[in-house]
Write a protein that binds this ligand. Structure first.
Ligand code: AVJ
Length: 326
């Protein structure tokens, strides 16, 4: 009989530094709003409501990514487990509701599960549920911004680290930033480490656009919610009603862009700053890069990954890759 494990509270790295982190977020948001064009980084989407809206996006007919990836995990689970080997330390970057990793538990049988998410509160709730469903898997939730630091606490096993980065999250980075991030993962993975990563592939523009501008307006709500989060963090006075969600495909850069476009002349004020937007002016909130299978394999290789195995569907909707750090 497996013993029942109590759920460790999400370790919030930097929680001891809460004031400094809040100050850094304010400085970052204010600097982005002063730029031309203005920008708000996609990490600010994920307050509690934003995380829930993203979960809802994953259920939309138009947002094919999550289902395409889940189908690949289901179809190739045994092959993925074979590539990964026994007794992995599964480090889930951007775990959210932890559903993707949990779907792989039966085949991967991880020795330790380390979900990492910027939204520690959301993570705590997800892990509480998951731990009771899988009492035999030791879990160590970490509330941390892994784009800032990948330094993991000593309680994370060093052996057989498998960095799990699903959902095409890498697409938020420019190709140069993506290469830098993959190189850091490779360094943290160590000699017996590996990566299991999912990436969205370039496809028909209409399919891409619909995925980021759905008929129900859930993605619009997700994008607009960043303004509510900014208001709380920065003390700004954005009104969602002043802004429109737009999601054009930038063909030259192989990326969907999300912006918020001012519906009228708007003045936004926060403690210590102000910014005037003319009607039609935009705030850039996200890039979502799409890769070809060849370009993505070359990216992994250029970052020093080897023994790359890729799984895709016949139409080339989505790609899952396993690769060794050394
Ligand atoms: C979580 C970054 C993979 O780019 O598809 C979904 C975020 N933005 N709809 C993506 C997102 C709008 C998503 N990633």
């Amino acid at each position: 009989m497996p013993t029942t494990r109590s759920v460790p509270a999400a370790i919030s790295l930097g929680a001891q530094n809460f004031a400094a982190a809040a100050q850094a977020a304010r400085a970052d948001l204010a600097a982005g709003l002063r730029q031309n064009p203005a920008r708000i980084a996609p990490k600010y989407f994920y307050d509690e409501l934003g995380s829930k809206l993203f979960e809802a996006i994953c259920l939309l007919d138009e947002y094919y990514l999550t289902r395409a990836e889940a189908a690949l995990f289901a179809a190739h689970g045994p092959a993925i487990a074979q590539a990964a080997g026994q007794g992995v330390t599964l480090i889930d970057l951007g775990a959210g509701n932890c559903a993707k990793a949990a779907s792989l538990f039966p085949v991967l049988r991880p020795e330790q599960y380390v979900p990492v998410d910027i939204s520690a509160e959301f993570l705590r709730n997800a892990v509480a549920k998951l731990q009771s469903a899988h009492p035999d898997v030791p879990m160590l939730p970490l509330g941390l911004d892994f784009a800032e630091t990948l330094k993991l606490p000593p309680a994370v096993r060093l052996k057989n680290r498998l960095f799990f980065y699903p959902g095409s999250s890498l697409g938020n980075f420019t190709p140069l930033q993506a290469a830098q991030f993959l190189t850091r993962i490779r360094a943290e993975a160590g000699p017996d480490g590996a990566i299991l990563i999912g990436i969205d592939l370039v496809k028909d523009e209409a399919i891409l656009q619909a995925a980021y501008d759905d008929a129900l307006g859930v993605t619009a709500a997700f994008n607009l919610n960043v303004l509510r989060h900014a208001n709380r963090l920065l003390g700004s006075d954005f009104s969602g009603a002043d802004w429109r969600h737009i999601a054009p495909f930038n063909a030259a850069q192989h990326r969907i862009e999300m912006h918020l476009e001012a519906r009228r002349d708007v003045v936004v004020t926060w403690p210590g700053g102000t910014r005037a937007f003319a009607a039609g002016e935009r705030i850039h909130t996200e890039n979502s890069y799409k890769y070809t299978r060849r370009a993505f394999t070359e990216l992994l290789e250029s970052c020093g990954f080897t023994a790359i195995t890729g799984w895709s569907d016949p139409v080339g909707t989505f790609l899952v890759c396993h690769a060794r750090a050394i």
